[in-house]
Design a protein around this ligand. Structure first.
Ligand SMILES: [Zn+2]
Length: 312
């Protein structure tokens, strides 16, 4: 079972996905629009985590507006629908996943392996789609209300793509989690020699109204940057890159932060105590250390926080 997130008011309504169940690809909840013209295959994915409503709202917006690619192909997919079906506004954190985190399964050894779970079944069903996509936008949201972030992985091509998209203003270059590989790091997306690229965008706090607006804006900008949609968009404010140097992985059941961090705090002095993990002290390794996405789900083996510094 997922651990509960911190209670926050739920300002967003969970869309009804029934109209999108059949799709047109043979995979439930996956729809592809083909322009019939040359261009990339762009995949916009929602609900990697079942409690993160903003992506589902952004896809519903595209469906309702009848957005179609002018070049290439556009696929809209709702990933962990089984978890999402359990979404309950009275207890909104509990639908992140059914059996395990869908976003920790994305390497060949796990996908080809013998393990079974609701999430692995869905990941295996979506794998060929991921293999066929040239560009992936994976829409997420966060427990805490920090500014929106794009998680670009470690390859330069993703940072370049994030800059072409132009939003969010904070680009995080990171390796992911000890607990398993993310979809954005799957296969060719993480191969520097491949032109395929993926972005994971954290649009804001899970259930704030503004988070859905960020998801919609980011999606339009992503489609414009990828060349499937001709959109005239206002220039976005300048972006900054944070290089993540380490993820703090929880080792005990007694991990506690020393303060209520919410993300993107800059800790001036190296050696500042930020958490205790049973008897282990977690201290910032350098001056001006940035805390990225501190978690409230403090379970052993999970990432508690990522540490980084501004690259520019
Ligand atoms: Zn997420």
């Amino acid at each position: 079972m997922p651990l509960p997130d911190t209670p926050s008011p739920v300002e967003l309504a969970a869309p009804d996905l029934e109209p999108y169940r059949a799709g047109n690809t043979g995979i439930p909840y996956v729809t592809t629009f083909d322009s019939g013209r040359a261009g990339p295959h762009v995949l916009v994915n929602a609900l990697t985590h079942g409690n993160e409503l903003c992506g589902a709202i952004a896809l519903e917006h595209l469906f309702r507006r009848g957005v179609r690619p002018g070049a290439g192909k556009l696929t809209l997919s709702f990933a962990n629908v089984e978890a999402y079906r359990r979404f309950d506004p009275a207890n909104p954190g509990m639908s992140r996943f059914v059996d395990e985190d869908f976003n920790r399964l994305w390497d060949a050894a796990v996908l080809d392996g013998p393990r079974r779970s609701a999430e692995l079944t869905r990941a295996r069903a979506l794998r060929a789609l991921l293999d066929s996509a040239d560009l992936l936008l994976d829409l997420h949201s966060m427990q805490l209300a920090s500014a929106p972030l794009v998680l670009a992985g470690l390859v330069d091509k993703s940072v370049a793509l994030a800059r072409r998209v132009g939003v969010p203003a904070v680009i995080v270059r990171d390796a992911g989690h000890a607990a398993g590989r993310r979809m954005r790091d799957y296969g060719a997306f993480a191969d520097p020699a491949s032109p395929k690229a993926a972005l994971l965008v954290e649009c804001g706090q899970h259930w704030e109204r503004h988070t859905a607006e960020i998801a919609i804006e980011t999606t339009y900008r992503f489609l414009a940057a990828s060349g499937v949609l001709e959109e005239r968009l206002d220039p976005a404010p300048p972006q900054r890159v944070i290089d993540v140097t380490e993820a703090v992985t929880i080792a005990s059941e007694r991990f506690r932060f020393t303060q209520e961090f919410c993300g993107l705090e800059v800790i001036p002095a190296a050696g500042t105590l930020i958490a205790r993990d049973d008897h282990r002290e977690v201290r910032t390794p350098y001056d001006d250390c940035v805390l990225i996405m501190p978690s409230r789900r403090l379970a052993r083996g999970q990432t508690a926080v990522r540490l980084g510094r501004y690259a520019d």
